[in-house]
Design a protein around this ligand. Structure first.
Ligand SMILES: Cc1cc2nc3c(=O)[nH]c(=O)nc-3n(C[C@H](O)[C@H](O)[C@H](O)COP(=O)(O)OP(=O)(O)OC[C@H]3O[C@@H](n4cnc5c(N)ncnc54)[C@H](O)[C@@H]3O)c2cc1C
Length: 469
């Protein structure tokens, strides 16, 4: 919806229209609050949105709704999407030891693919593991001491360099805690062998018309409930005061709210808040880094490319980390049969060679990756690229002290609360973003006042989030 220049008041102003912002705005409007939501782009949905390439709905990289989604959130999404929310079986592949294995991993298949000398090293590491002192001075130290050097070097170190742009010894051990659920060889083995009755880990939910159908329905339902949803509304200034907060957009549109929920990157919020934060907080903000990502969509003519939903590429032979085929995530009779679209994810740093590469170069990087990993060639009919500036928070060693400084500053802002994946500098999934939104609106009392204690408790529970891949 186009923005109009003017000045309005609202009970709640929400900054950013990704899943966290949309869900918070919708929940608050359903409780009877007047809500304005400001989104910089020309459509809502954030990283969870879908769009169309060559007649195929595609996502911003591989997106699935995980079975770990809490029941109330899942029930809500089901009520919004009905039969369009499909329960699907995962069918991915992972490149390890120059071979393809099914992902999620299956023990016998993995054992067949791992060369005998490497298996011997894994066995040796496992035997030593109970006597190895657990270390937590870096991601590399934490995982090498728990999983053993062989598994760490083969599966985690090269992937870390690609995803976060840093070697494992410069990444904080916290990264291992939030991203690696099985952190000993025994837990890895148990995970591989366990047959979970519900198929947890092997199943996922996915909407018929792309992952973005979830945020599209959240947005529609929010507008129906009365949310004033404004796209192309880039927030450039936030001016909090006791009891209200004034928010200014790039086109001059201004809104004053009793409370503001910001899902913007925390470091961006620090840059645009007036009065300016202390020098220490500004410095901390400039040192908190996000990894960027270029998404390359290749149109392949001649029907489906493979039967798999995603190929995971942890190795150093290509900067591409994953190639997904969105049409394989769902059963949608409207998907074309004579072509398909692949989505290649290439993490990078703002302004580097990948970020600035043209479509032809990006297309070559992807086709080189296919060749280097024994994947079928493509009949490329077209290339579309998308650039996301803030994708992964980088948990460089020492980030916690900088983050704590910034959070301390944010906590002093009257009338402003930060949440969401970028607002909390967390790696969270969509279902976590939705949980945060529920908690944030729950912290607004019946009389419209912000309940800081309730929010502090909710924040503590978010620290236990573990990210699902
Ligand atoms: C490659 C990739 C794969 C993923 N896979 C999965 C998955 O399989 N399952 C899963 O559950 N999750 C997955 N995620 C995570 C999921 O996308 C996020 O958890 C979710 O989008 C976070 O929602 P959010 O609202 O917190 O943030 P975002 O979606 O980032 O939304 C923030 C919004 O703020 C807007 N904004 C920024 N600056 C301004 C400004 N100045 N003014 C106004 N608006 C602004 C942005 O445009 C954006 O719309 C994946 C993410 C990535 C990058």
């Amino acid at each position: 919806m186009p923005s109009v220049t003017g000045e309005v008041n609202a009970d709640l102003v929400v900054l950013g229209g990704g899943p966290a912002g949309l869900a918070a705005a919708r929940n608050a409007a359903r409780r009877g609050l007047s809500v304005t939501l400001l989104e910089r782009r020309d459509h809502p949905g954030g990283m969870a949105a879908s769009f169309e390439v060559a007649g195929v709905r595609v996502d911003h990289g591989s997106h699935r709704l995980h079975p770990a989604t809490p029941a109330p959130v899942l029930d809500d999404i089901t009520s919004l999407l009905g039969d369009d929310l499909q329960l699907r079986r995962r069918n991915g592949r992972l490149r390890v030891y120059d071979d393809w294995v099914g992902f999620p991993l299956k023990a016998p298949e993995l054992a067949r693919s791992v060369p005998t000398p490497a298996l011997a090293r894994i066995a040796r590491d496992s035997a030593r593991q109970p006597f190895t002192r657990r270390r937590d001075d870096s991601y590399a130290a934490a995982l090498s001491s728990s999983l053993g050097p062989e598994l760490y070097q083969a599966m985690y170190e090269p992937y870390a360099v690609k995803l976060w742009g840093l070697p494992g010894d410069r990444i904080d051990a916290e990264q291992a805690r939030v991203r690696v659920t099985a952190d000993t060889p025994w837990k890895v083995a148990a995970r591989l062998l366990r047959r979970r009755p519900s198929g947890q880990g092997r199943l996922f939910y996915y909407p018929r018309r792309g992952f973005g159908q979830i945020v599209d329905r959240l947005a529609e339902s929010g507008v129906e409930a009365g949310v004033d949803l404004r796209c192309r509304a880039e927030v450039v200034e936030v001016r909090p005061s006791l009891g209200s907060c004034r928010v200014v957009c790039a086109d001059g549109f201004t809104v004053t709210g009793r409370h503001v929920l910001s899902t913007l990157p925390l470091s961006l919020l620090a840059r645009i808040t007036r009065p300016r934060p202390s020098r220490a907080a500004v410095e901390a903000a400039s040192m908190l880094r996000y990894r960027a990502m270029v998404l390359v969509y290749l149109v392949h003519s001649g029907g489906r490319w493979t039967p798999y939903d995603a190929h995971y590429l942890p190795g150093p032979e290509t900067p591409v980390t994953r190639i997904s085929e969105p049409a394989n995530y769902r059963d949608n009779p409207q998907d074309p049969t004579d072509r398909t679209v692949l989505c290649a994810e290439i993490p990078c740093t703002l302004g580097d060679d990948i970020w600035t590469a043209d479509a032809q170069t990006l297309s070559r990087i992807v086709t080189d990756a296919l060749r280097a990993t024994d994947l079928p060639p493509l009949n490329v009919e077209g290339v579309v690229e998308r650039r996301l500036p803030h994708v992964y928070p980088v948990y460089e060693r020492g980030f916690q002290a900088r983050l704590a400084g910034l959070e301390k500053w944010a906590a002093t802002l009257p009338s402003v609360t930060t949440l969401g994946r970028l607002g909390l500098f967390a790696h969270d999934n969509t279902h976590h973003a939705l949980v945060m939104a529920d908690a944030a609106v729950g912290a607004i009392d019946e009389d419209g006042r912000w309940n800081a204690e309730a929010w502090a408790q909710a924040r503590e529970s978010f620290r236990r989030h573990v990210v699902e891949d």
